[in-house]
Design a protein around this ligand. Structure first.
Ligand code: SAH
Length: 213
């Protein structure tokens, strides 16, 4: 790989560390997955800045710092079945593949899903399954999931997603509209109760579909 990208990526990892990301597995995933393969040509030179970048189709690849936060909240140990809603570029899918057992990812925009499939295929990531469709109702055929990560903001926590969590499972989802959003973590406790934590303010593209906007 191009030396300049390697250097930029090192700097990004140092910036994430300086920003408080200290989970070595997460930092290792950022080191293992080349973000520049997942962004359009026009913005490729900015691949390792901690900024969101346009993907086309009105969508964006999130800021690496936001991905790091979500991955931290997911609390992955390497064995989990993970559902990602909003494959987008496929970058977070690739990060997740390094940190979980198997990643299921669903995207509504066919063109983005096709591009993501191509990139993930190039990297030879075998523990990823992609689907085109509405992820707002989850992926019932593959449920339950230990972690569900939603990369788009919903009007409210979709009940269908909570129902697809395993005992102890975590749903990480931004909730809100253009005016304001909160990042929530909903945990299905082993006694069957739900624990909801507001972790951060957020700014994500809207979740479309049956349980979306
Ligand atoms: N985390 C990804 C993309 C985030 S953008 C990355 O960093 O590249 C959010 C994505 O969610 C967009 O690609 C959008 O098309 C997709 N999306 C929106 N509503 C969806 C739905 N109901 N089901 C699946 N994907 C959806």
């Amino acid at each position: 790989m191009n030396q300049a990208y390697r250097r930029d990526r090192r700097r990004l990892i140092e910036a994430l560390q300086a920003g408080g990301v200290n989970d070595l597995a997460i930092l290792h995933a950022f080191d293992a997955i080349p973000r520049h393969l997942f962004v359009p040509d026009a913005v490729r030179h900015r691949s390792y800045e901690d900024v969101a970048l346009p993907l086309g189709y009105g969508q964006t690849i999130s800021r690496p710092g936001a991905h790091a936060l979500h991955l931290g909240l997911a609390g992955l140990s390497g064995e989990e079945r993970v559902l990602e809603i909003g494959t987008g570029s496929g970058y977070q899918t690739a990060l997740l593949s390094q940190l979980a057992g198997h990643v299921y990812s669903v995207e509504t925009v066919t063109e983005l899903a096709d591009l993501a499939a191509e990139r993930l295929g190039q990297l030879g990531l075998a523990n990823v399954t992609l689907r085109v469709g509405d992820g707002s109702t989850g992926w019932p055929e593959e449920a339950p999931f230990d972690v569900i990560l939603c990369g788009a903001a919903a009007p409210r926590v979709p009940a269908a997603l909570v129902h697809q969590l395993s005992a102890g499972g975590r749903l990480i989802i931004p909730v809100g509209d253009d005016e304001g959003q909160e990042l929530l973590r909903v945990t299905l406790e082993h006694d069957g109760s739900l624990r909801e934590e507001t972790v951060d303010v957020a700014r994500f593209v809207p979740l479309k579909g049956e349980q979306g906007w």
